[in-house]
Design a protein around this ligand. Structure first.
Ligand code: ADP
Length: 468
């Protein structure tokens, strides 16, 4: 149970909510309580002041037997008592309330006055039982020309106040667990909803195998952390799926490519062995077999290069490379093949362009592109290779006058084993791996490769590499 994020989240939330609610309820209860007592004390003071004004006359205290404090309509809920300077009760309308006289408070109020003494400060609020709150107030005046003291004692019932507090207390006691239960149910529901994609992810991940990468979490996904995780998970599975499919396709294509020359060799040798032949006959067969073996060697070398590239095994040994000179070297190397096809290779690299790159790999890239350009050029055509710099990048452009590449093939010719026109190129021995190796080399150097072509008007391959 405790291993469930949902349960842990809920427990934490409920604990925090319980503490917060308890503090909040206590704060409300005590704030209301103190406000109610303050109001009650204000009323007590008003009553005491009223009583004081009623026991004074212009020139002194009202004689004891003339004291008249008007009766209260809410009889039984308040009272007034007046004491003389000797602490004797001279007026009392408390009736049968049975409130005991607060002797100590009266004694304190009667203590001789002194400056700064706390004992005869005017008011004291005391809860003296019987549900009454009492205020004892000293009144100084004169009687018959002499200084005299009276003590006014007023009381008010705390009944209403206690009723209000009781209602508040029971409201809190009942509402507290209800709020907690409601919030807990809400959190369990919401946490479950928010976390359900994670459960789905777990189930999907369990079902996924290399053979079945078609599983997705899917469904509408929110834009929160869990939603993003689910989307990222789906994207990752899609990439894996894609990678596995490419892998399978690659293996199938590679086997197919290897079978073609092997079938050719098998056919040639079988025919040759059917009857005895002269030397020239055997040489003819061997030449064909040799050509097929060459094709296989090239294919296996390309496959090996791609496999190494995939596993990241090929380290770049960067050095300072003069790209303009390298293009010249590549054009020279391709010269004999071009001459055989009556294709002219022109190099336009007037400025020195230097970059930090792996010289062997860049040469291989240039040879691949030039080889293609010559291969697809018509006899008498011209291949133009130029080097320039643009926007802080070196740019190599290799253009031919061949058939060009249709728009729908332009994006795909860099894919492994992809040929725009298999019938045409197979005769020339291409397996459709040259451009994927070229693209890998360019990207490994942080550059880009693109093709521009209008079918019928030649093709131009543009390689951009960062300058050193
Ligand atoms: P291949 O070994 O078949 O040439 P590449 O990967 O080098 O393989 O090229 C892939 C495909 O791109 C070729 O089969 C061809 O259809 C097309 N292609 C490449 N270069 C050119 C070019 N210069 N002119 C026309 N088509 C080209």
């Amino acid at each position: 149970m405790i291993n469930s994020l949902r349960v842990r989240l809920t427990l934490w939330y409920v604990l925090l909510l319980a503490i917060t609610l308890a503090l909040f309820s206590a704060a409300i209860y005590f704030a209301v309580r103190s406000a109610l007592y303050e109001t009650l004390d204000d009323s007590l003071e008003d009553r005491a002041n009223l009583a004081e004004s009623l026991i004074r006359m212009d020139d002194g205290f009202v004689p004891n037997d003339e004291i008249a404090i008007p009766g209260d309509p809410l009889e039984g809920e308040n009272f007034t008592r007046i004491y003389n300077g000797d602490g004797e009760l001279i007026f009392d309308n408390s009736g049968d309330l049975g409130v005991p006289e607060s002797e100590s408070a009266i004694a304190r109020a009667l203590l001789p006055r002194c400056d700064g003494c706390s004992h005869n400060s005017n008011t004291r609020h005391e809860d003296i039982g019987q549900g009454m709150r009492v205020l004892t107030q000293r009144v100084d005046g004169e009687l018959g020309g002499f200084e005299a003291v009276r003590v006014v004692e007023v009381g008010l019932s705390e009944g209403d106040l206690h009723d209000t507090l009781n209602i508040l207390f029971w409201t809190i006691v009942i509402a507290y667990p209800l709020a907690l239960i409601g919030a807990t149910a809400g959190v369990i529901f919401l946490a479950g909803r928010a976390l359900s994609p994670i459960d789905r992810m777990t189930q999907v991940a369990r079902r996924i195998t290399a053979e079945d990468l078609g599983q997705r979490i899917g469904g509408p996904q929110s834009n929160d952390e869990v939603g993003r995780l689910a989307r990222t998970f789906d994207e990752m599975i899609a990439r894996l799926d894609d990678a596995f499919q490419r892998q399978r396709q690659f293996t199938a294509d590679a086997s197919h490519e290897l079978r073609t020359p092997l079938t050719a060799i098998k056919g040639q040798t079988e025919v040759a062995l059917q009857r005895e032949r002269d030397t020239a006959g055997y040489q003819e067969v061997l030449r064909t077999v040799n050509a097929e073996v060459d094709r296989m060697i090239r294919l296996v070398a390309s496959l090996l290069a791609l496999a190494r590239a995939d596993s990241g095994e090929i380290p770049l040994s960067r050095e300072n490379v003069a790209l303009n000179e390298l293009v010249g070297d590549a054009a020279e190397q391709i010269g004999p093949i071009a001459a055989e096809k009556q294709v002219t290779v022109e190099v336009d690299a007037p400025q020195p362009v230097r970059l930090s790159a792996d010289q062997d790999l860049i040469l291989q890239l240039l040879l691949n592109l030039l080889d293609n350009a010559v291969k697809y050029s018509p006899p008498g055509g011209t291949v133009r290779a130029s080097v320039s710099t643009r926007d802080g990048q070196a740019e190599v452009r290799i253009a031919d006058e061949g058939p060009g590449i249709a728009q729908e093939h332009q994006d795909r010719i860099f894919d492994r084993f992809y040929r725009a026109d298999s019938a045409r190129t197979r005769a020339d021995g291409g397996a459709g791996l040259g451009l994927s190796i070229s693209r890998w080399i360019v990207e490994r150097h942080g550059g880009t490769i693109a093709v521009e072509s209008t079918p019928g008007h030649g093709a131009a391959f543009i390689v951009r590499l960062p300058l050193s």
